[in-house]
Design a protein around this ligand. Structure first.
Ligand code: CP
Ligand code: NVA
Length: 316
């Protein structure tokens, strides 16, 4: 009997992951441990998704998410179909529910990158297969699972980590806030006052922090990032958002440069989900420095997503 068939199926079997908080701390732990196992050696998992198919439905552009999913699913022996919805949003040709009810007849999971989170909720409500959020306007849980793996690989303990977020209080920031809240670390979210995470996101984070004692501070004073283990930034203008010269201007003090990294502390590492806008939210000498772990994050997308999929499909 193979090692794959003797493991009891995870509690995650047939569940959807629309936000990071759809996973408990124990489930995130199990996912990260399995991701590390995969990263060491894919050989025992080469047929884990044999006869299984996953559909990717993307309303927005992607390099990392698409390629890490397609290559990752191939490494597990599964099939993957990519549906490009960049010029025809989901729900335009037929209802979201009908769309999902067709896809679930062929596919074992649907992974969506969508303009609005509600599309994922509707897909989840109308189908029985797991739905995974591959980025929406409010969340990016797959990214943050990879980031958690990267932080641990660089010796940072998730329950005592001190994170600094600089720039826009966006989807990636929101999922990182949830990770911090679930594990009990500290996070300073430094943004212009009118670019703070939405009040509903902050409320959810403080609810999640109640049991772990996580400390999340929202500030417009960059100096508050002092003594951080990691500094994270992202695009000032996200996909699907209107460009704004005024917003870009207000972001300037939140650029990650040598001075901000120094402020964070001499051992602080630098994270970015990518794509980077060099010269805007980060400068070359930071993203190309030894402190930068951005390509580890990119690689880890594949291992973390694969670990999640194996559990959602009941293989582990
Ligand atoms: N970080 C990330 O999600 O990258 P892509 O937009 O290229 O998928
Ligand atoms: N906040 C960015 C992340 C890209 C991976 C966006 O939503 O465009």
């Amino acid at each position: 009997m193979s090692t794959l068939s003797v493991s009891p199926p995870s509690s995650l079997a047939r569940r959807s992951v629309l936000t990071l908080a759809d996973l408990s701390r124990t489930e995130i732990r199990a996912t990260l441990d399995l991701a590390k196992e995969l990263k060491r050696d894919y050989t025992p998992f080469a047929s884990a998704l044999k006869q299984r198919a996953v559909v990717l439905l993307f309303e927005k552009a992607s390099l990392r998410t698409r390629v890490s999913l397609e290559v990752g699913i191939a490494k597990l022996g599964g099939a993957c179909v990519y549906l490009d919805h960049q010029s025809s949003p989901i729900g335009q040709r037929e209802s979201i529910a009908d769309y999902g009810r067709n896809l679930e007849r062929w596919a074992d999971a649907l992974i969506g990158r969508v303009l609005g989170h509600q599309t994922l909720i509707e897909l989840h409500r109308s189908t029985k297969v797991p739905i995974v959020n591959a980025l929406c306007d409010a969340h990016h849980p797959c990214q943050i699972l990879a980031d958690a793996l990267t932080l641990e690989e660089h010796g940072i303990d998730l329950s005592s980590m001190r994170l600094a977020w600089l720039g826009d209080g966006n989807n990636v920031c929101n999922s990182l806030m949830q990770l911090t809240a679930i594990f009990g670390g500290r996070m300073v979210v430094a943004t212009p006052e009118d670019c703070r995470p939405l009040p509903a996101w902050m409320a959810r984070t403080s609810e999640l922090s109640r049991t772990t004692g996580a400390q999340i501070e929202y500030t417009s004073d960059v100096k508050h990032i002092a003594t951080s283990d990691a500094v994270y930034t992202d695009a000032w203008i996200s996909m699907g958002e209107n460009d704004s010269a005024a917003k870009r201007e207000s972001m300037r003090p939140f650029q990650v440069n040598e001075a901000t990294l120094k402020l964070a502390g001499k051992n602080a590492i630098f994270l970015h989900c990518l794509p980077a806008h060099r010269g805007e939210e980060v400068i070359d000498s930071v993203i190309d420095s030894p402190a930068s772990v951005v390509f580890d994050q990119a690689e880890n997308r594949m291992h973390a997503q694969n670990a999640l999929l194996l559990q959602l499909l009941g293989v582990r």
